[in-house]
Ligand binder design. Structure first.
Ligand code: SIN
Length: 479
């Protein structure tokens, strides 16, 4: 990829100017160099964004559903037309290989197509009172101005799966993108404007001072909803703030996904899908397989084959041809990953491949497989968010389920078995919001994404996704 092309893509981003005129730097994690400066929103800018969202709420809610749907459909088309540039920009600010960024642009655009189709299907209900006396009318209306807080790991898709249903439902919104990756969101906002989204409906507030910007919004009764994707500790703090005015809340939080391989599993498929479930996004995903629990009769073979595949992956700058694994997002994130590996090794885990930093600039860490991981290793309990696969063993189905459920998180699990009865009983017993059965990827705009326990609540995508942005009103009708 030529440096000129990279520069041209970055230069096209509308980088925002706020009244105070201050900016913050956005960095390329593969080099540590600054890509550009972005306007740094303050508390006043956040309130101005809420003013706009509030002012336009009634008019936007009254816009024909077909019009809202067609704006989303047009944005879906523009995203696909510009996928190459959007993918390059995403790789530059976030690090993932360009092929993965392209996959994210496609995934992100699909949320717009899906919710374009949902916009025209917001129905209510008309029924007869069971007593026969009068009628019950139920309608679903936009919840009102929303605050959407998106993470750095999927800078575009985590935006479209909140923005898509908000637009479809008729809500206005303020979007706070992650400080580390605001550029993809700024390009997305530009595409929506070009697709016909009226001013004031979507208001982006990039900032280096998240608390300063979100604090006044939570304190303002005009805000009616918050949707957050990020860590569980931050989610808990936001819930406290959201309680001031009892906001509607959607929380997509941390995970600790178990990947269970039973003795009867197709081992070829399990290894292939383990690579997908672990290495998508360099493991920086809340649905990344975090811990591999493998039946003791096949654990050595599974770990050896996984290590061979992971060792063959090419680590490098995501813009280079043939690269499979980009850098981690920051030096801090790499320190966390390295610390978790060192802890496991100090407690007896064996490094089959990796276990070290790569290169002398950027934040690269080698794809790592650890065998014989003891139960007290920290990385079995903590979300790793890096390219590290710890393999532990189980002796029977009860132990597999008990170990998998022994976590405060409950986002997703992966189960590999050829026995249908076992598959269904394990699926019923696992405490998760999503499950991949003989597959390492569950994400799909047409399906409800979300967790249980401390992984949060609310669903994004699927027919459920739009409900998060609608309030039910019931009218008792006396005829
Ligand atoms: C996430 O990691 O937050 C979501 C990943 C996905 O949608 O697949």
């Amino acid at each position: 990829m030529s440096a000129d092309r990279e520069r041209a893509v970055v230069d096209r981003v509308p980088t925002c100017t706020f009244a105070g005129g201050t900016t913050f730097a956005v960095e390329d994690p593969s080099t540590g160099e600054v890509l550009c400066e972005v306007g740094d929103a303050t508390a006043q800018d956040a309130v101005a964004a809420l003013d706009a969202a509030h002012e336009h709420q009634a008019e936007w809610a009254a816009t024909a559903p077909r019009v809202r749907g067609e704006i989303l459909r047009r944005a879906f088309e523009l995203m696909n037309e510009r996928a190459a540039d959007l993918a390059l920009l995403m790789t530059l600010e976030m690090g993932k290989p360009v092929a993965e960024s392209k996959a994210e642009v496609t995934y992100a655009a699909e949320f717009f197509r899906w919710f374009a189709e949902e916009a025209v299907r917001i129905a209510g209900r008309w029924s007869t009172n069971p007593s026969g006396d009068g009628r019950l009318l139920t309608m679903r209306q936009p919840v009102g101005p929303c605050l959407l807080i998106t993470p750095w790991n999927f800078p575009m898709a985590m935006g479209t799966r909140k923005i898509g249903p908000a637009i479809a439902a008729g809500c206005t919104m303020i979007v706070k993108p992650a400080q580390l990756t605001p550029l993809s969101m700024l390009m997305l906002a530009d595409i929506l404007r070009e697709a016909g989204l009226p001013d004031g409906v979507l208001n982006v507030v990039p900032t280096s001072k998240a608390g300063d910007v979100t604090g006044p919004l939570f304190a303002d009764p005009r805000l009616r909803k918050v949707s957050f994707t990020g860590s569980t500790p931050v989610g808990k703090k936001l819930m406290e703030q959201a309680s001031q005015h009892l906001l509607r809340v959607s929380m997509e939080l941390g995970g600790n996904a178990p990947f269970l391989v039973f003795a009867d599993a197709d081992l070829d498929a399990a290894v292939d899908q383990a690579v997908v479930a672990k290495m998508r996004n360099m493991g920086e995903s809340c649905v990344a397989a975090n811990r591999f629990h493998v039946h003791e009769s096949v654990a050595d073979e599974f770990a050896a084959r996984l290590a061979e595949r992971m060792a063959a992956m090419k680590v490098g700058r995501g813009t280079e041809d043939g690269v499979d694994v980009g850098p981690l997002i920051s030096a801090d994130q790499r320190d966390i990953v390295r610390g978790l590996v060192d802890d496991a090794v100090s407690k007896g885990a064996k490094v089959l491949t990796g276990g070290e930093d790569v290169g002398d600039r950027g934040y690269f860490y080698a794809p790592t497989v650890l065998a014989n991981v003891p139960p007290d290793a920290e990385l079995l309990r903590t979300e790793i968010f890096g390219p590290v696969a710890p393999v532990a063993t189980f002796a029977d189905d009860d132990e597999a389920v008990r170990t998998a459920n022994d976590s405060e998180f409950g986002l997703v699990a992966y189960v590999f078995t050829r026995d249908l009865k076992r598959a269904l009983s394990v699926a019923e017993a696992l405490e998760v919001g999503m499950l991949g059965l003989n597959r390492g990827m569950v994400s799909n705009p047409a399906a409800p994404f979300g967790g249980v326990k401390e992984s949060g609540f609310g669903r994004e995508g699927g027919v459920e996704g739009i409900d998060e942005y609608l309030a039910v009103k019931y009218v008792a009708v006396d005829l």
